[in-house]
Design a protein around this ligand. Structure first.
Ligand code: UN1
Length: 512
């Protein structure tokens, strides 16, 4: 571990930020789970890990809390989320900084993550007055048919390091207004931001008053063992899990086996098609942010650039130049655009993928390690562009690193086929000025992803839309639109006020 002036500064700063947000210093010392900063490799804190038994007890408390919470009118529940939004507003700088320190995001992206939390709180407050069911025409006179939405129960949230707090908030803000309680297992790579958010939640709950039950939010810290405990517990009817497709393959069947519901937000292998009519200046900027932003560690990061032959030579050399000149560094330093990879595993995976790409005939630009002398325990890399002879080898897989594979196409249908020709189905985009191509791309015969954009990259979605994807991305939807329905159970009610008993479908069943 490096112990230089800078690294000591990170730990001190982290503890100060956490204390300001209401986390006691004692909770950051003496535990067995190390919170590490990817910026330096330094240990920021040693926190307490939870056992399976503690996890089970936390689920029990959340279950009890749900039974009380569900009785509150939804707009009253919305008030708690409004107060949480206020806490987030007042601590936006501190929490954003903590995201930068723990997850390695640059300042504007750390702040952006907190803004995403504030936005979903606002959305959920409005939603708390809009949990509508339908009234449906019945075939019987003197009857009314309607649907009612009821809270589901405990929602288990398993989140990833790359959006350590925003993804929790998409789930929790909705779950709370829907009348559910939440047990949250953050990534063991980002436990501190979760602790800070828990403390901010406690502040909001204290302001809310006595009718917020204890246990409405439980945070459990640790690795896959406690994740499994959460996933297997029948008292948790909904599991929302964000992570790799490999993780989803474990979680999905286990939850299904006990007839729980899962909301899976898994891997993405997101592409952009650059057509002959694309505005190349706009495309360049769109591609640069989507592919290099967050050091390529968003589920929505751009990984494949499907480029028309006619624009290849005007765009790709410019892009290679932009890649070579982008500022890589400590994410909180002014002007930095690319922070570190999360850890050594991420770096190794990136290098394997680049080797595999070379073996498959790819030409690699960039991709090497930088700043290793200064920060031997941190993994800063030059983002990589790889010119590929086709969609083969590592191009078919998601590697959570800043690698952009470029492939050529000559025919529009072929481009859409390449776009859809991978296992994942999260996000996609097209750069074009041709309205026919744009419409085709978002049409039934176009992109098969949960997100399909025109003239913006695949990443950086707003919370107002439903977020998630198809195929190996898992099919879940979170955040906006009607994603709330996954957090509630639906009842269909038929009410007979006729005094007679006409049966549906004209069935006769008369008894004396
Ligand atoms: C993720 O990477 O898990 O669309 C979520 C985006 C963000 C969310 C990404 N709003 O890039």
């Amino acid at each position: 571990m490096t112990v230089g002036l800078d690294t000591v500064k990170f730990a001190e700063e982290t503890i100060k930020l956490m204390e300001r947000m209401g986390v006691a210093r004692a909770a950051l010392e003496g535990g067995t789970l190390a919170a590490t900063s990817p910026n330096s490799g330094e240990t920021l804190a040693m926190i307490t890990e939870n056992s399976a038994a503690e996890t089970s007890a936390a689920i029990g408390r959340a279950h009890d809390a749900f039974k009380e919470w569900r009785k509150l009118p939804a707009p009253r529940r919305g008030e708690l989320v409004r107060l949480l939004g206020e806490e987030l507003r007042s601590c936006k700088d501190d929490l954003g900084k903590l995201v930068s320190l723990e997850a390695g995001k640059i300042t504007s992206e750390g702040l952006g993550e907190v803004q995403e939390m504030i936005d979903i709180c606002d959305f959920a407050v409005g939603l708390s007055r809009q949990l509508y069911g339908l009234t449906i025409a019945t075939e019987r006179s003197g009857h009314r048919m309607m649907e009612t939405w009821h809270p589901s129960g405990v929602v288990g949230v398993i989140s990833a390091f790359n959006f350590p707090v925003a993804v929790w908030s998409w789930n929790a803000a909705l779950a709370f207004v829907c009348g559910d309680s939440v047990v949250w297992k953050p990534s063991e790579k980002s436990p501190l931001t979760a602790m800070a958010v828990q403390a901010l939640y406690e502040r909001a709950a204290a302001k809310f008053g006595d009718d917020v039950p204890k246990g409405l939010l439980e945070v459990i810290q640790g690795g896959s063992k406690i994740g499994e405990t959460l996933v297997d517990d029948k008292r948790v009817p909904v599991i929302s899990a964000t992570g790799s497709t490999r993780m989803g393959l474990q979680v999905g069947p286990r939850v299904a086996q006990r007839f729980g519901k899962s909301i899976l937000e898994l891997g993405g292998n997101n592409a952009a098609i650059v057509t002959p009519s694309a505005d190349l200046d706009l495309t360049l900027r769109g591609v640069a942010f989507a592919a290099m932003g967050t050091c390529g560690q968003r589920c929505t990061s751009l990984r494949r650039l499907i480029t028309h032959d006619s624009v290849y030579d005007s765009l790709i050399p410019r892009l290679i130049k932009a890649y070579a000149s982008v500022k890589i560094g400590i994410p909180t330093e002014e002007g930095t655009l690319i922070g570190p990879l999360i850890d050594k595993d991420a770096f190794d995976n990136m290098q394997y993928a680049l080797e595999a790409a070379k073996a498959a005939g790819g030409i690699v630009h960039g991709g090497g390690r930088v700043m290793a002398d200064e920060y031997p325990d941190a993994y800063y890399v030059q983002p990589a562009i790889v010119e590929m002879p086709g969609q083969v080898g590592p191009v078919l897989e998601e590697t959570f690193a800043p690698i952009l594979y470029v492939v050529r196409y000559s025919d529009f249908d072929e481009a859409v086929e390449i776009q859809n020709g991978v296992g994942a189905g999260l996000s996609s985009s097209i750069f074009t000025q041709d309205i026919g191509e744009a419409e085709s791309f978002v049409s039934v015969t176009g992109s098969d992803c949960g997100i399909a954009n025109v003239n913006i990259g695949p990443s950086g979605a707003e919370i107002g839309g439903a977020f998630g994807g198809e195929k190996e991305t898992g099919g879940g939807r979170e955040a906006g639109s009607d994603a709330w329905k996954a957090y509630m159970r639906r009842a269909t009610n038929t009410i007979n006020y006729s005094g007679a008993l006409p049966l549906a479908q004209g069935v006769k069943f008369d008894v004396e």
